[in-house]
Design a protein around this ligand. Structure first.
Ligand SMILES: Nc1ncnc2c1ncn2[C@@H]1O[C@H](COP(=O)(O)OP(=O)(O)O)[C@@H](O)[C@H]1O
Ligand SMILES: [Mg+2]
Length: 366
């Protein structure tokens, strides 16, 4: 039995309005760290607000620990929500902020104190209990919000972009912190973000959402290495996957993908899946990391064409190179500082590629 289950969950904000959440089905196990990842407006907040009970559902069901919670009030569902804006009260001390939900539950004073201290200890703010929020940094305030969510010992934590108000450096250190807290508390968590790097670094499983629908559910490795759709391949990874419309042509026993700027020999393992596309168009996706450049004369087995690097964007441990093939821009990632001068011809090779249906965007042969 899953710990949280969404069954055909649907949401419209008005009777004839669009389906904002479109038949979502999802099972989450106890202790999992789940990330909802998708662009702004795809329905992430709406979905977790329905789970928390802050928003009514238009169809389907939500089960927590085997029980439908649709008729339960937010406070009776056993969930704790952390918002982007922290929602901590400026006129209360840190202690009182964290203690607030326990006071509502009318727990004894000694128990409140013990639990607040434990929750503050878990996020490393036990020394700040007498302070007011204005006397604390953004990261410390975020820890207050996390402590207040931990203190009620919820069945499920729901976090809606909780790090997006922090500066870039703090965001990265807080995400490590959240991972540590999750490890320690073994809490079941749904974390919402539009930032793929944040999702990859935190999630046990990522739910990739687009236009109210689940595009793919998978581990960070699966959504990256085995993207189910063109959208997932473009949303996961930086820089994004390069896409080219190609024509699939028969060549001997196999196929080649033909583009005005190159010809790509289709790996034999793809022959069966690509057969229905013979003579037709498909979309070829090539991740920047799977492209290699070498001096122009140096054409290896996976060479597809020659190109010219227009410019290089150094990133420290790797470089992004911007080039053109067949009039289309292409990004290449290399972990080496190549001594390839800009504006000289180089040989371009492709180690791995994906094919997508041009109409549905679905991965071919997955
Ligand atoms: N209260 C509301 N009334 C009407 N439309 C809404 C309301 N809240 C959100 N929406 C719409 O629902 C869609 C999804 O919004 P939201 O769930 O906030 O997306 P996300 O959190 O992924 O950015 C958006 O198109 C948004 O405009
Ligand atoms: Mg949102």
């Amino acid at each position: 039995m899953s710990y949280l289950e969404l069954r055909d969950l649907q949401k419209r904000y008005s009777k004839d309005g669009p389906l904002i959440v479109n038949r979502m089905n999802l099972s989450i196990e106890k202790g999992e760290f789940i990330v909802f990842l998708g662009p702004s407006g795809c329905g992430k907040t709406t979905t977790i607000r329905m789970i928390s009970g802050l928003e009514e559902v238009s169809g389907g069901d939500i089960l927590i620990d085997g029980e439908s919670v649709l008729r339960k009030k937010p406070k009776d569902r056993g969930v704790s929500m952390i918002f982007q804006s922290y929602a901590i009260w400026p006129h209360m001390t840190v202690f009182d902020n964290i203690a607030y939900p326990l006071k509502l539950q009318k727990l004894k004073r000694e128990e409140i104190r013990a639990r607040v201290e434990a929750a503050a200890g878990a996020t490393g703010i036990e020394g700040f209990l007498d302070r007011y929020p204005r006397q604390m940094s953004g990261g410390q305030r975020q820890r207050v919000a996390v402590s207040r969510a931990i203190v009620v010992r919820p069945k499920i934590f729901l976090m809606d972009e909780p790090l997006s108000n922090l500066d870039a450096k703090l965001r990265v250190s807080m995400r490590t912190e959240l991972k540590r807290i999750h490890r320690q508390e073994n809490s079941t968590t749904i974390f919402v973000t539009h930032d793929q790097a944040e999702a990859m670094s935190l999630a046990d499983r990522i739910i990739v959402m687009y236009q109210g629908k689940i595009e793919q559910i998978g581990t960070p490795r699966e959504v990256y290495r085995n993207s189910a759709t063109r959208f997932v391949a473009s949303f996961i990874g930086t820089p994004p996957t390069n896409f080219f419309t190609v024509k699939i042509e028969k060549a001997g026993d196999g196929f080649i993908a033909v583009h005005p700027g190159f010809k790509y020999q289709v790996p034999p393992a793809m022959n069966g899946a690509l057969a229905p596309y013979a003579g037709k168009e498909a979309v070829l996706g090539i991740r920047p990391e799977f492209i290699g450049l070498s001096p122009a004369m140096d054409r290896g087995e996976s060479w597809i064409c020659d190109t010219t690097v227009d410019f290089v964007e150094p990133q420290g441990s790797y470089s992004i190179m911007v080039a053109h093939i067949g009039g289309e821009e292409l990004k290449i990632v290399s972990s080496e500082f190549l001594d390839l001068p800009v504006n000289t011809r180089s040989a371009l090779s492709v180690r791995d590629a994906m094919f997508f249906d041009p109409d549905t965007g679905n991965r071919i042969g997955r």
